[in-house]
Design a protein around this ligand. Structure first.
Ligand SMILES: [Zn+2]
Length: 99
C-alpha cells in the first residue's frame, strides 16, 4: 500500500506574503505565484464567506503534497519579515502520513 506524505504549513506561523520553502526540497513556494512551474494547486477550500481556508498544493520539484492553512490570519501579519530558517527551526511543520 502506498503512503503519501502531506506536510502542513500554517500560514499564521510564518510572516511575509505567505511564501515558504518546500519542507522537503526547499524550493520557495508562493501562494501568489500562479505559474504552476514550482507547484500546482490540487484543491482549494473556502468557508461560507468565500474566504480561503485551505489550499492543497503539490511541489513539482520533489512531488510532496503541502496543505496550507491559516489564510484568515495572513493579512494581519504580512508586514513582518519572513525568515525561513527561523520558521524551520521552530518546528512548525507537521508531517502526517495516511494511506
Ligand atoms: Zn519540494
Amino acid at each position: 500500500m502506498m503512503q503519501r506524505s502531506v506536510y502542513k504549513v500554517n500560514l499564521t506561523k510564518i510572516v511575509g506574503e505567505g511564501e515558504f520553502p518546500c519542507p522537503s526540497c526547499g524550493e520557495i513556494i508562493s501562494p501568489d505565484d500562479g505559474s504552476e512551474i514550482v507547484y500546482e494547486i490540487l484543491d482549494v477550500k473556502t468557508n461560507e464567506d468565500n474566504l480561503l481556508e485551505e489550499i492543497l498544493v503539490v511541489c513539482k520539484k520533489c512531488g510532496i503534497m503541502i496543505r496550507l492553512e491559516g489564510f484568515e490570519m495572513l493579512k494581519e501579519i504580512k508586514n513582518e519579515l519572513f525568515d525561513c530558517d527561523d520558521y524551520l527551526l521552530k518546528g512548525n511543520i507537521e508531517t502526517n502520513l495516511f494511506e
